[in-house]
Write a protein that binds this ligand. Sequence first.
Ligand SMILES: NC(=O)c1ccc[n+]([C@@H]2O[C@H](COP(=O)([O-])OP(=O)(O)OC[C@H]3O[C@@H](n4cnc5c(N)ncnc54)[C@H](O)[C@@H]3O)[C@@H](O)[C@H]2O)c1
Length: 301
Amino acid sequence: MEISLEGKVALVTGAGPNIGSGIALALAAYGAKVAVNDVSLKTAETCRDRLQGHGHEAMALQGDVTSEEEVVANVDAVLERYGKIDILVNNAALLGGKGLLDEDADTFAKHVLVSGLGNFLFTKHVARSMAEREIRGSIVCVSSSHGWSCSPGVIAYCFSKGGVNNFVRAAAMDLAPYGIRVNGYTPTAPVPDNPDLIAERASQGVAPLLSGRGGLGGGGGDEPWRRPTRYQGERPPMVPMGTTGTPTDIGHCIAWICSDYARLITGCDFVVDGGARAKNFSYHPAPADGLMGPLPIVPLH
Ligand SMILES: NC(=O)c1ccc[n+]([C@@H]2O[C@H](COP(=O)([O-])OP(=O)(O)OC[C@H]3O[C@@H](n4cnc5c(N)ncnc54)[C@H](O)[C@@H]3O)[C@@H](O)[C@H]2O)c1
């Protein structure tokens, strides 16, 4: 039995070159026609071009997920071109930020709007299009490990991703009568595998994984009363299987959630992280070079 999304139409928001583009490529590689949204037209077009470069059907949409007018225009454009939407992935978010002592109200509000209103508006209008056409579709909301546990320096991000987790359960209840499923996917700092993104970061002299050794989170000020927020010494290995994977791993998982095999899975959260979230706080796994390691990745074409 092969997983196939043949005949389905997908819409992915926030099609940046890392996770959004990886999810979009996976859905296309499994057979879906894919529309990709981003607030930046260039970003959406770059993602569309990546999918088309692999021989897949794709379209690019510019739209701010916090504007109802633009969300409706994006949904209508996909309906006009492909006739329906079977799959929605709410991936757009603002990353980074500052901690409680330093964050400003505007930035806090923007994070909450993009995650909160963005998930709500796209889910509402795509779900209405599904219900009208009796499409028993699948909606996936992208959360974060910071939606379940926290680091210092990202108060708005942690707040908004925690909200995404309960939005999934509430939306799953509202849409269950229509046969529409809503699930969460929790990325855990995957290692980028988009060749264009890796090349771009190399040309800037930065590591592919931006969050670094101390994890995600902005710094604070240098007032004498400040306390350290991070351990500065040698960090022990953190992931039981040695790696939290790549956007391709995320894409395989989301493609399966959106396939007919998952017909009764709703209101759940999925994670592909080599055991990182299951780990007890006191356990330090063995170094990656001593482990058997996971099976080889199944590449996307
Ligand atoms: N990268 C990680 O390590 C990581 C870890 C956990 C969770 N996540 C989550 O995965 C998702 C993708 O992360 P990424 O690393 O690829 O981030 P990214 O910043 O590369 O991509 C996010 C995209 O969303 C777009 N966007 C932002 N605001 C928008 C708006 N108002 N309307 C439309 N588009 C908008 C941005 O332009 C960007 O292209 C996010 O939801 C993020 O929170 C990422």
